[in-house]
Design a binder for this molecule. Sequence first.
Ligand code: MG
Ligand code: MG
Length: 248
Amino acid sequence: MITIKSDREIDFMMQAGAIVWDTHQYLKSFLKPGITTKEIDDLAQDFILKAGATPSFKNLYGFPGSICISLNEEVVHGIPGNRKLKTGDIITLDIGACYKGYHGDSAWTYSIGKINSKKEKLLKETEESLYAGLNVIKSGVHVGDIGYAISKYAKQHHLGVVKELCGHGVGTEVHEDPDVPNYGTPGTGTILKEGMVIAVEPMLNYGTADIYMLEDGWTIITADGEPSAHFEHTIVVTKDGYTILTKR
Ligand code: MG
Ligand code: MG
């Protein structure tokens, strides 16, 4: 079921989104060689709790971390642990926060010190693909229009579009209907209406689109070992466009 959010609900979701944004800004300053992904996760949890929210992903489907932290060839759902960041790594922080019963969800990939040109291209263009997808959104467009815009951009830049994972509705659950794939055919799929809240989240690979899951049952990595990036915002659909909620 796809819900249309009331103004009051959107106000709560804006506050949840602002907490997600603030958590990203806070964690960014700690992303240096030597810190472990578990230490980053602990900082995230403390920050979200102090802001009066709870981490959306903690125990979601049994996930052990407060946020998902994925490095280099890891696409999504990396589990925080003892690994230390190194210069040249890229790191995706996928952060969800629940405030007064409503969620915000935003992932961003960051560089640790100087990264190679391959990773630089991947980060810049995956972020741009997010905006390519967002910029088609307004009341009346189809979900397929978003996916088409993202995959068209990715193809033009020779990046692999991960198809097994997709964006989604957001509300009192962090994952709601509809699915928002990063590929599609214009004019097909769910029609978006004013007041719907969705997360748009391209996951693009430098190499092929193929992925597989590690034995931990969570971490998804690229099949060819090439790096992967992930950029995500939660937005509300408006009459003529959209408003980003996971931002201040
Ligand atoms: Mg996310
Ligand atoms: Mg999401």
